[in-house]
Design a protein around this ligand. Structure first.
Ligand code: GLN
Length: 190
């Protein structure tokens, strides 16, 4: 299995570290060629506006849209969730989102940097005995989800981990937690 981490901007190195720790040699994806070679992709946190512009500049937007439409298993975290969503509120004009998860998200919906926080997140996955330590940094708020979205975790009634088909997205940063269950679970999905 070849796992890619979109490495245009943001916290891709931390995802690589978790994947490497799990015995998976993750590859950095910056070109359409590199994207074509992966079986699975992580889209990290960072700045969704910057990642969106860099996807365009690197000729990756259309190939990524095609891979996602083709069912590429993908994990998007924070900015990655914004990119996977179907609607972005408070984005910049022309900001990309790929609609792999039918959700409307508000950028920085939990507030600015100073409002970043940690909270235990109860995840609906069989066999999980304890909450996942959620780290929220200028996180997006999921304002609505479509009928095909499975909400795997909520915080105060707001979805924070969502799945649609082979796409899964969190508003928090699992790569910053000392807990690799979400990455492990992602790697095990068909
Ligand atoms: N606020 C950022 C954005 O809009 C996301 C923050 C993050 O990924 N930690 O892209």
């Amino acid at each position: 299995m070849k796992v890619g981490v979109l490495a245009l901007q943001g916290a891709f190195g931390l995802h690589e570290r978790v994947l490497n720790r799990l015995g998976v040699a993750a590859v950095q994806v910056r070109t359409a060629q590199e994207l074509a070679e992966v079986d699975r992709l992580v889209i990290p946190g960072g700045e969704s506006t910057a990642i969106s512009k860099l996807l365009d500049a690197n000729g990756l937007a259309d190939p990524l849209a095609e891979r996602l439409a083709g069912g590429l298993p993908v994990l998007g975290t924070c900015a990655g969730l914004i990119l996977l969503a179907s609607e972005v509120v408070d984005g910049y004009p022309g900001q990309r989102c790929f609609g792999a998860v039918d959700a409307a998200v508000r950028r920085n919906g939990y507030g600015r940097q100073a409002d970043s926080f940690s909270a235990p997140v109860a995840v609906a996955i069989d066999g999980w005995q304890s909450a996942f330590p959620g780290v929220f940094i200028r996180a997006p708020v999921v304002e609505s989800t479509g009928a095909e979205v499975e909400v795997m975790a909520e915080l105060d009634g707001v979805p924070v981990l969502c799945r649609q088909g082979s796409a899964v997205a969190s508003s928090f940063h699992p790569e910053l937690a000392d807990d690799d269950r979400i990455h492990r679970w992602f790697l095990e999905q068909e």
